[in-house]
Every structure is written in C-alpha cells, then in structure tokens.
Design a protein around this ligand. Structure first.
Ligand SMILES: *Cc1c(COP(=O)(O)O)cnc(C)c1O
Length: 221
C-alpha cells in the first residue's frame, strides 16, 4: 500500500488540473495494480518491451504513456493502444507514428521532447530544431497524429535555480510556439515537465503533466 500512500501525499501538492503520470518502469505489475485499485489509471513506461508486457498483463482501461526514447521500428507495437507519446524527437519518428496510427484507425497524441538540460544527451530537440519541425508545411499532411505540446527534463542537480530556469525557458518557448502556430488549436496545451525530485518547481513554472516514478513507488533497483 506504500505506493498508494505516496501518491495520496503527492496529490496534496498538485493542483487538480495537473495530471500525474505514475512512471512504472522497473516496477512490478502488482505495484501498478495497487494504484489501479485505488483509482489511478495513468502510467508511463520508457521501454517498448516492458510496456507491451505490462499492457498485455493489465486492465485495458489503463492509459499508457510512452515517455522514453522511441525507435521508429518499434512504433508499430504500441500504435494500437498508446495514449500519448511524450518523446517525439524527429520528423522521421512523427511520420512513422502517423503511418502506424492510420493502420490502426487511430489518431495518436504526441509531445515533442525538447532538450533543456545541461547534461549531454542524444535525445530531444533544441528549441530551434523544434520550431523548424513545427513550422514544416508537411506536418499538416499528418492526419493521424496530434501535436499536443512539449516535454522536457531538467538537469539532474540539487541547484534549484538551474532547474527553475530550465523549466521557465521551456514554458516561454511553449507560449511562443502556441501563439505563433497553435493559437486556435485547443489541444496544443500540454507541458510535460517535472519528476520526483523537481515536480514542485515544475508546477510553479506551468507544468500540466508530471512524470513521477520513485516518489510514488520507492527507489529503483
Ligand atoms: C524515469 C523517468 C521519469 C521518472 O523519474 P523519477 O525520478 O523516478 O520520478 C520521468 N521521465 C522520464 C523520461 C523517465 O525516464
């Protein structure tokens, strides 16, 4: 029951309009079921294989979010059921998601992952690359994906000022993009930022989706 207790405690700090994605990577289906039985139905995973195994084993009304790096050749496995892909970081991947969504008669919601941290990472677009992708005229041809917003991960540091500034920069960029390209598009509204160690700052800076793992489930092995 610890996971449920932790979630209840976290919820006290989270406004009701901010979604909590329980990041269940590495944790057992039993732990997920504890939260499910309490009434929490949104879970995030970062590896396709683990996501598939859990999807197959667990109730079908769970809303699954893909939060980790996604290879194009694996999109087909999750296209039938995935609710939101947080980690889109290339045009190629977006095209593949569109193709597989169409084959499944679905429209798949996506976020663009933006690299905001100081750490080196292969994943995530720069602000510049993201805007280039968004203003690409070809995107309007993709009828089976919906760009719903942006995702970012702050630097893993105890310096709260650095984290705050990174989230602030992402929020500013989100506002700019929203006004320039999605002003009348009501579904472009999600800002996925904030994890176990920095979700309170993320809320202050305008997050709409928190991806919280260890603070709910306990530390990962
Ligand atoms: C693991 C992970 C999280 C959750 O991390 P915690 O520190 O356990 O809350 C959030 N986002 C992404 C992309 C992750 O891979």
């Amino acid at each position: 029951m610890d996971a449920v207790k932790n979630l209840i405690k976290i919820k006290k700090n989270v406004p009701s309009n901010v979604k909590i994605i329980a990041v269940s990577k590495t944790y057992s289906t039993e732990k997920i079921m504890q939260l499910y039985n309490y009434g929490h139905t949104i879970f995030g995973e970062n590896r396709v294989q683990e996501l598939l195994a859990k999807y197959n084993a667990l109730p079908k009304d769970i809303e699954w979010h893909m939060i980790g790096h996604l290879q194009s050749n694996k999109v087909k496995y999750i296209a039938p059921f995935i609710s939101l892909i947080h980690s889109v970081d290339s045009k190629k991947l977006l095209y593949e998601i569109n193709k597989r969504a169409k084959q499944n008669n679905r429209i798949i919601d996506c976020l663009l992952q933006i690299h905001i941290a100081k750490e080196e990472s292969k994943y995530g677009l720069s602000f510049y690359q993201a805007e280039e992708l968004i203003k690409d005229k070809d995107l309007s041809l993709l009828n089976n994906v919906r760009l719903c917003g942006l995702m970012g991960m702050a630097t893993n540091t105890s310096n709260l000022k650095i984290i705050k500034n990174e989230f602030k920069a992402l929020k500013d960029f989100f506002n700019k993009i929203k006004n320039k390209y999605f002003a009348n598009i009501n579904y472009f509204k999600e800002l996925s930022m904030g994890m176990s160690n920095d979700y309170k700052i993320a809320i202050e800076e305008g997050s709409t989706m928190l991806r919280i793992g260890s603070a709910i489930f306990g530390s990962r092995k």
